[in-house]
Write a protein that binds this ligand. Structure first.
Ligand code: ATP
Ligand code: MG
Length: 439
């Protein structure tokens, strides 16, 4: 063996992370908080595939977007016996797949739907803090609702989650909103914008000049100080909105005002995906540097029809879980450590057949029990019990077992400072299990 060549271990794909304990406990706590909030707003879970036909994302997200042009993991599957190979892609976002499923199962025929998903998304971006190649989103989609009421609802659902997590709105996270109007209104604005850019061609940088016709809105998103004045003076989309769009926008604003949610209207908020109309919004933080958007969404009334379904208004958002967890960590808002209720000290492993029924009875009664395994001295087992964070050690010592009992020792000091060891009867586990269970 020793003269064999050492086997080189393989590593995870760059930008794709392992999430191990104790980190994974923070994910579970976040997911549990999210599920609680989603349930209270009446959203149900959908689980759709991670791999979809590439065409779904090209049609859904838009051909000339960063995601489809540069970031998508798309590949050709193996050819079948007729030599036909499918073009498949790892999902870069969740909405297109959910909408495909709605259409495929005629799921929107009878009533509108409030849905959510949680899972990994894939984009080939340059990995950095808050930006990964496999990342996770929780997203919600409210399909079949046209009014500003549900726009406000999805925004408020996020606020409720922030509060639950201990994030302060207006301080840790702030809301930015905009109204993109309808495609006709955007076209009129686009023409005026291109005219404005042409008038100020002398201040445009290289990148702006190449983008001014293909995506003039993005030119306004510039960080170049020499272009700031030009960008400030550019025609604003809001000024091109007709009555109906403005009424919708004002409807959303009135509802946010009614529940005391402060927001900033950001006329340059456009979003990276093509399918949005009317309301768009982002929850942003100043505490994560450049990766400041933790939740982004808006209305996408045209998408269901664009993907071959019956025209259905819809609104939703995607929330980046890595960024949210980074923010919570930065603010020291850690999830409570998950510790067992009880650590079972088993000095004599040969006695396990007599011990195990008690441990099983405790678990059946809802007590979380970590059983010491692998032997070792009484002292070393007690050390492990302490390190586990458990509130109690159950000591299955020989003397206790002989009396049909087990020792119960509090490991965390109680309010009055007592940490006395007591005994409990093995015959009546059901009577004392409740005192070990976390409330
Ligand atoms: P950005 O402008 O940061 O690239 P985006 O507009 O591409 O974001 P969306 O497609 O709207 O992002 O996705 C919604 C949310 O998902 C983002 O606000 C962010 O929190 C998260 N997200 C997007 N891309 C990544 C990534 N590569 N790594 C981690 N989180 C991401
Ligand atoms: Mg992006």
């Amino acid at each position: 063996m020793s003269d064999n060549k050492k086997i080189q271990p393989l590593q995870a794909v760059k930008g794709m992370n392992d999430i191990l304990p104790p980190e994974s406990a923070r994910w579970e706590a976040l997911e549990a908080a999210m599920r609680g909030v989603l349930q209270r707003y009446g959203y149900s879970n959908v689980r759709v595939p991670i791999v979809e036909p590439t065409a779904l994302f090209v049609r859904g997200i838009g051909e000339v977007t960063d995601i489809v042009e540069k970031e998508m993991y798309a590949f050709e599957d193996r050819a079948d016996k007729h030599g036909q190979a499918e073009h498949l892609a790892l999902r870069p976002e969740g909405t297109a797949g959910v909408v495909r499923a709605m259409i495929e199962h005629s799921y929107l025929r009878d009533s509108p739907r409030r849905l959510y998903y949680v899972g990994p998304m894939f984009r080939r971006e340059k990995p950095q803090k808050g930006r990964y190649r496999q990342f996770h989103q929780m997203g919600i989609e409210a399909l079949g609702f046209a009014g500003p009421d549900v726009d406000a609802e999805v925004i408020l659902l996020a606020r409720t989650l922030w509060r639950e997590l201990g994030l302060k709105e207006g301080e840790d996270v702030t809301l930015e909103i905009n109204c993109l109007g309808q495609p006709e209104e955007r076209r009129a604005h686009r023409e005026a914008l291109i005219a404005h850019l042409e008038q100020h061609k002398d201040v445009l940088d290289e990148e702006a000049r190449t983008r001014m016709y293909s995506n003039p809105l993005r030119v306004l998103d510039t960080k170049n100080p020499a272009m700031q004045a030009m960008a400030e003076g550019a025609p604003k989309l809001l000024d091109f909105l007709g009555e109906a769009s403005l009424a919708h926008f004002n409807g959303v604003r009135a509802l946010l005002d009614a529940v005391g949610l402060a927001y900033r209207i950001n006329p340059r908020l456009v979003r990276g995906l093509d399918y949005y109309n009317l309301t768009v919004f982002e929850w942003v933080t100043a505490k994560l540097g450049a990766q400041g958007t933790v939740c982004a969404g808006g209305r996408y009334d045209g998408l269901v029809e664009q993907l071959g379904g019956k025209a259905t208004p819809a609104v939703g958002f995607g929330m980046g879980l890595e960024r949210l967890l980074l923010l919570l960590e930065t603010l020291n808002l850690q999830a409570p450590v998950q510790a067992p209720d009880v650590y079972a000290v088993v000095p004599e492993p040969a006695e396990l057949p007599r011990i195990l029924p008690t441990l099983e009875a405790l678990r059946a009664a809802g007590v979380s029990v970590q059983m010491h395994a692998g032997g070792g001295s009484f002292k070393s087992q007690f050390k492990k019990a302490d390190a586990s964070g458990a509130r109690f050690a159950l000591v299955f010592g020989g003397d206790e077992l002989a009396r049909g009992e087990v020792g119960l020792k509090p490991l965390r000091q109680s309010q009055d400072g007592s940490a006395e060891q007591a005994t409990r009867s093995l015959a009546s586990v059901a009577d004392w299990a409740a005192e070990l269970r976390t409330a």
